[in-house]
Design a protein around this ligand. Structure first.
Ligand SMILES: [Zn+2]
Length: 280
């Protein structure tokens, strides 16, 4: 099973969701992707219920949509209530925290009820880690320091902590955290803009070797998940990148399968999620 562990759709209304999801689905078809973790786009008009519900509704009948809600401290109580309700009713596969873009720490008491319930339910939480998009208002101390993700993973061994973007571009800083915390994982979404061709994109050439170092340090691929950050970054280019990455560094079939989907399938309890909906 191939899973993109990190995608977004514009879900501000049912109409925009339909259009955005249909584009995502055709890209998934082109790239042989079976399912995707789908979360809303978070803009100025983001409201948790309005933006999450079209995705949650689609996931009830579509096994390719694995819905993830995003917490928003700007509407703290409403967002908290919505996400607690989704978790209690088994309506989401995970919860995302846009730390860095929004200034709070993983240990903030504000999100504690979500963390507690997610841990109790075995639902992973995904934190933004590493650099933020150019031109966005953000404070990097909240997301570029992997120690705070180590803190939460260590203090809460019952919680599955997913670090989006593998702390890009400082991949090697993330590896010791992953190495010591078996309840921690990282996705490979949004690692570059534009082309995956290293002859046309200088950063991709460096990325090929820096990411490889971080994985070699780990000596294990069980905590790493393919992701794209589509449509912010292009899913096809990210798939091209990962295939090229496997070719250049001679990864075994087993490691490729794990990174491309089997890890996400295990960590996010995808089989049980689909079975409870009668979708497999
Ligand atoms: Zn994202």
């Amino acid at each position: 099973m191939i899973i993109d562990a990190h995608t977004h759709v514009d879900s501000g209304s049912k109409e925009t969701f339909r259009a955005a999801y249909s584009e995502l689905e055709s890209s998934m078809d082109d790239n042989g992707i079976d399912a995707a973790i789908v979360m809303p786009m978070m803009g100025d008009d983001y409201k948790t219920r309005r933006f999450c519900e079209p995705i949650i509704e689609a996931a009830q009948t579509n096994p390719r949509v694995l819905p993830m809600a995003i917490f928003d401290p700007d509407e703290k109580d409403e967002s908290l209530n919505a996400i607690m309700e989704y978790l209690a009713n088994d309506l989401i596969i995970g919860v995302k925290f846009m730390i860095g873009y929004q200034t709070y720490h993983p240990k903030d008491l504000m999100v504690r009820p979500i963390i507690d319930l997610a841990a109790e339910k075995g639902v992973p939480v995904k934190f933004h880690t590493g650099a933020t998009a150019k031109g966005q208002k953000a404070q990097l101390r909240y997301c570029c320091d992997p120690f705070q993700f180590d803190d939460i993973a260590t203090l809460r061994p019952d919680l599955k902590v997913d670090c989006a973007h593998f702390n890009a571009p400082n991949f090697l800083n993330m590896s010791p955290m992953l190495e010591k915390n078996s309840n921690m994982c990282a996705d490979l979404a949004g690692l570059f803009y534009g082309s995956a061709d290293p002859r046309r994109n200088g950063w991709v050439k460096i990325l090929q070797s820096d990411l490889y170092k971080a994985i070699v340090y780990l000596e294990d691929t069980s905590q790493i998940m393919f992701g794209s950050d589509n449509p912010i970054c292009d899913q096809t280019e990210h798939m091209t990148f990962i295939k090229d990455f496997f070719r250049r560094h001679e990864f075994g079939q087993n490691d490729q399968r794990k990174i491309l989907g089997e890890n996400a399938r295990r960590i996010y309890n995808v089989d049980a999620w689909l079975a409870r909906r009668g979708l497999r």
